[in-house]
Design a protein around this ligand. Structure first.
Ligand SMILES: NC(=O)c1ccc[n+]([C@@H]2O[C@H](COP(=O)([O-])OP(=O)(O)OC[C@H]3O[C@@H](n4cnc5c(N)ncnc54)[C@H](O)[C@@H]3O)[C@@H](O)[C@H]2O)c1
Length: 334
């Protein structure tokens, strides 16, 4: 087996053959985005729940459905696998796909612990294919514009960044086994590292518990970077319904930038009246389609994508673990 053998300049002369693993809410969006990409063929939808896999396969026109990734891979000819299982179940299908020579788009959090991260990194290093973490916000126009401005000096040197992301309380029952830092704050951790290129020096976090809950209600974290900048993160799974705009502020020594991401499109007759036109719209381009286009092109052209790397995701995971440790132990960690 070659190390990242995907180095030749010639593109595949046929559509990339894709399997989507996990036919839940987000797997459905992945499958639709692959189905809309003309450079790939959706070969299989995989889910332990056979009926769910078959129903999604039929609705997006996938060739087949399977109950396990091994069945899909042994049916042959799969170039690329999108892993959209729940967070605790990302590693096994990813390792199976890499072992079979396929490349993998892996949802966030890529894995839940650094030790699984090391297994993933080793598997990626010896694989013919590559792993691309699905950090969707890197593909969203608003965040790309903000980063472009920061990089071109709009605020001078970024000195203080704050991130806010509140989600509905039902996340606690939907994702009982995953800490909100790993499930939700991980988006902002990735954005912070992507925007600043910073390394954390100290982490001080607190989590707020509430009776009857599996996970903390809220987590507040302050991170000092090695160059003396301050990163501030707020996350909660608290809203009874609806949403608060996700917010990001960058304070520099020569200016400030603020971003607020809320739905811009409303359909007042619909069951879900706020339409997400930036990340996962039903039509036109959104961040998910852009992320999937990047992945499919990387497989077509045999080149691991530079837009987001496995090391980026694993650096974010390390900081997430430090925040959780600080919050659980209620002390500052270095
Ligand atoms: N980027 C984002 O903004 C975003 C948003 C939502 C969800 N996600 C991520 O997407 C992933 C899936 O989330 P979801 O809400 O769709 O989850 P879900 O629980 O609704 O669906 C997961 C599906 O995977 C199946 N499954 C689990 N393990 C499997 C395995 N080993 N093989 C085959 N099928 C398996 C389950 O039967 C289920 O149908 C999670 O990692 C989540 O963090 C990302």
């Amino acid at each position: 087996m070659t190390t990242h053998g995907h180095s030749s300049a010639t593109a595949l002369e046929r559509p990339v053959r894709v399997a989507v693993v996990g036919a839940g809410a987000f797997g459905t969006l992945h499958a639709r985005a692959f189905a809309a990409n003309r450079d790939c063929t959706l070969v299989s939808i995989v889910d332990h729940d056979e009926k769910r896999a078959a129903a999604l396969a039929e609705s997006v026109g996938a060739t087949a459905s399977h109950q396990s990734i091994d069945d899909a891979l042994s049916s042959g000819g799969i170039d690329a696998v999108s892993v959209v299982t729940a967070g605790a179940f990302h590693l096994a299908p990813t390792l199976a796909a890499l072992d079979a020579g396929a490349s993998v788009l892996i949802e966030k959090p890529v894995v839940l612990t650094s030790s699984d991260g090391r297994i993933l990194r080793e598997a990626d290093a010896r694989a013919e294919g590559f792993v691309m973490p699905a950090h969707i916000l890197r593909f969203a126009g608003a965040y790309q514009e903000l980063r472009h401005r920061v990089r071109h000096g709009a605020v001078g040197a970024p000195r203080a960044l704050s991130f806010r992301r509140h989600r509905t309380a039902d996340h606690d029952t939907l994702f009982p086994d995953i800490h909100p830092v790993l499930m939700t704050m991980i988006h902002d951790i990735d954005l912070a590292l992507w925007l600043t290129g910073a390394t954390a020096r100290t982490v001080s976090a607190r989590q707020v518990e509430a009776p009857g809950r599996n996970q903390p209600l809220a987590v507040w974290a302050e991170v000092e970077t090695t160059d003396g900048a301050s990163l501030s993160f707020q996350v909660s799974w608290s809203l009874p319904s609806g949403s608060l705009p996700d917010a990001l502020e960058v304070i520099g020594d020569a200016g400030a930038l603020s971003l607020s991401l809320s739905p811009r499109l409303h359909d007042f007759d619909a069951a879900t009246p706020a339409i997400d036109d930036t990340l996962t719209p039903d039509a036109a381009h959104g961040a998910l389609r852009e992320e999937i286009r990047t992945f499919v092109d990387a497989v077509r052209f045999h080149t691991p994508p530079a837009a987001v790397t496995l090391d980026d995701a694993l650096n974010g995971l390390t900081l997430a673990e430090q925040i959780i440790r600080s919050a659980e132990q209620n002390r500052c960690v270095s």
